[in-house]
Design a protein around this ligand. Structure first.
Ligand SMILES: [Zn+2]
Length: 306
């Protein structure tokens, strides 16, 4: 099966260079506030898409169980170190274009700073819809091409691409910014209803971050986040969407018991479920592919070679 290219953080020191030492405290704290405003207080199963090193994971503790998914195994290993061993967390290395989960499994899903790397955004959003239960909540962050800086640069003739058109812009290889209306159109086309929109990083400007205390910027950003309901001209936008309620498809009936992990998965190649639990791997009863389970990480990127 061919899928679009993946932006791979394998072996990357992204957590340390971008977040811990990169002067991103302001962005991190404003995201924490947005998540608090948008996330359900509790739930059973949560899927964190592009979990990376687990920076946001402790913010989802109202959920009984959290599945951390990332394409990079080394990022997940960093998350294991950060979060410690616990049945609460399940680590899955997989391609977001081919999610290895049965339909209707999750009560909620988050995807933060991830769509940014997706060459085929509608395809990924469709995958997320499939694995959410009827009425399930999806918190999506996307990078906004219609931001003030891009608008000004465009109007001053310093930038070729237009922030006003609907297509995504790839400003660096595998780094995309999206038009807010395109995101809304895609989500609505998949049957999501949009319940809230928050705008973030109103003050992502170098000199402001240098002269003003982070706490002050975070406070004003948190006030301004609500203007996202009216317009979106910041670099980062959070959307809370709900999967349409489908008759005959309810989480209670379709979600397997929390205890039985093997029932969560399907074969990402042929879609067969359940997979057979062979301790160090899961085996597909249809195409016979074997998916590794090692060091606490389920790996659905490539089957084990025989
Ligand atoms: Zn299979």
């Amino acid at each position: 099966m061919t899928t679009p290219p993946v932006c791979n953080y394998e072996g990357s020191d992204y957590q340390s260079s971008f977040w811990d030492k990169g002067g991103r405290e302001y962005e991190d704290r404003t995201e924490a506030i947005a998540l608090k405003r948008l996330l359900p207080k509790s739930g059973r199963l949560m899927l964190e898409l592009g979990a990376g090193a687990g920076r946001n994971t402790p913010r989802y503790l109202g959920f009984d169980r959290i599945i951390l998914l990332d394409y990079s195994r080394t990022q997940l290993e960093q998350a294991q170190e950060r979060l410690g061993a616990s049945d609460k967390y399940v680590y899955v290395a997989a391609d977001a274009y081919r999610l290895p989960f049965v339909d209707g499994l999750f009560d909620a899903a988050t995807m933060i700073r991830v769509l940014h790397h997706m060459a085929d955004a509608p395809k990924v959003l469709g995958q997320v819809k499939n694995v959410l239960r009827s009425g399930g909540i999806f918190i999506l962050e996307f990078a906004n091409k219609l931001n003030l800086k891009a608008i000004l640069r465009y109007l001053l003739g310093r930038q070729k691409w237009s922030p006003f058109t609907l297509e995504p812009v790839e400003f660096v290889e595998l780094n995309f910014d999206f038009h807010p209306r395109s995101i809304r159109n895609w989500l609505k086309g998949l049957g999501f209803s949009i319940e809230k929109t928050l705008t973030l990083s109103h003050f992502r400007v170098g000199f402001l971050k240098r002269i003003l205390p982070t706490g002050v910027l975070v406070f004003f950003d948190s006030l301004f986040q609500w203007t996202g309901a009216l317009w979106q001209v910041t670099p980062s936008v959070f959307v809370k969407a709900r999967r349409s309620e489908l008759q005959g498809l309810h989480g209670v009936e379709t979600s397997p018991a929390l205890a039985n992990l093997a029932l969560f998965f399907k074969c990402p190649d042929c879609g067969t479920s359940p997979l057979i639990d062979r301790k160090d791997h899961l085996e597909c009863s249809n195409c016979r592919k074997k998916w590794e389970f090692q060091g606490g990480i389920y790996d659905f990127r490539e089957p084990i070679k025989n």
